[in-house]
Design a protein around this ligand. Sequence first.
Ligand SMILES: [Zn+2]
Length: 505
Amino acid sequence: MDIDIKETIASAISGKAPGLSSLEDVTMAAATLTMAQTCALCILRFLQIPAGPVYLTRSLDAISEALGVELQHPNSNGLSPCPVCLGTLDMALVDKVVGSFKEQEYDASSAAVTVELPKSVYVRHHSMQVHLKSAHPSLNAATPTDLKDVIKYMVCQTLVSEHSIASDADSDMRIEISFAHEESASEHQFLFDRENSSVKTKTFRKRGVHYTTGDSKAAVLSELGACSDKDFISCFACPPPAIAQPATIGSLVLKRAPIFIGGRYLKLERNISQTPFFVGERRVTELSVADVVGEPIKALVRCDSYNLVGSGREDADVRMLGDGRPFYLECTNPRTTIIKPGQIRAIEDQLRSTKSPVQVRRLQMIRPEDTSIIREGEEHKTKHYCALVWFSSPLSQDKLAEINAIGKQGVLLQQKTPIRVLHRRAPLTRERRLLALELEPIEGKFYKLRLESEAGTYIKEFVHGDLGRTVPSLADMAGVTADIIELDVENVSLDFPPALVDGDC
Ligand SMILES: [Zn+2]
């Protein structure tokens, strides 16, 4: 990197940096800071040099020479790290963050970087300011360059220059860096313990660990602002005391906004649940639609996890035929989001060619806002069913004609929450409409029932009556006992996923 450090410093002097009117001022201030073990980059900050290329200088010689003092590395090889930034300006940490990001191979073109510092940094920063002001009263009005801004700059610039990742606060890719420094973790506490502190913190113990609440960064800054220099000096050393160990990256969170893949699924066999179905530890169904569809998509987009949301759901023993049931898959923290339509179609083809009992149609990337079609469609869609029904005795021709005549006009049902789902649903009575119903004899006591219903109708209960909890029921209409042997969903009338957008084909 080719930066003229002398020029950067000269422009800071000729600019509006308060209290620095000559190179002599700069050198004197730098010498005071160096005496207190302050690192070269923190010195640049206290000289009010804004976040810029100079902070990325890996060799300190040029800065030392420009300032006329012998300078220290932020981490000083672990001997005595900078007592102001606690070593957070160490380029090795920036490299670590950028390296971890690179390792995950996100296909992001931009990222939003956030930095959280140990609270002691604000106290130590204040301490150094008080010290500097007393040594150089002309620097009284100086506001040092923000530490967070510098760290962010260093990370963002490295991402741009090494990986062409632009910095964008609105990016769907987030890099959250949180620094930790155990040694100074409770240093800010004295601010709240002062008699005239307006902040009350609470300390409590949970599972053997001590927690404090109320000591937010904002509270620390507000207390520092309210504390006079005299009070501060009586409670905290100025310049800030040396530390033994530098700060570390306490947590680094790499997080990408989820992507959504929509489609329609078919279930060609029975005993497949929509999502993995457990009773206690035991898995009830071997297969789930979510697993069959989710695993190949997970491998494609390299997400942490996925969640399947269907437009309603059928029971595990009910097949889903026809055009399939609309669904979408929410993929959390995907590494790959640039996907060619052909790659998604290959998943459809793969399931078809291996004769998987779960098939998908119209699989495609959808926009986040398209997921609302599934959620809102829940109330409006209608469904077509086909069932194999058994009656305790065959129906007369007249009875059959009577039921089919009623079926053509539709039937209004009063359904109490079925006994089989009472353990997970509130006991309510719901009104549901059967839009059409048709009964066709097959053989003996067996009949084929076709019907169209509003979303949320319990079909099995309509057939057998659920001990009088669904009124009327097919059993009531037939005047004999009825039961349902097999049930298939033949159509879910909801137009989803939406037509493909421009460019996808
Ligand atoms: Zn420093």
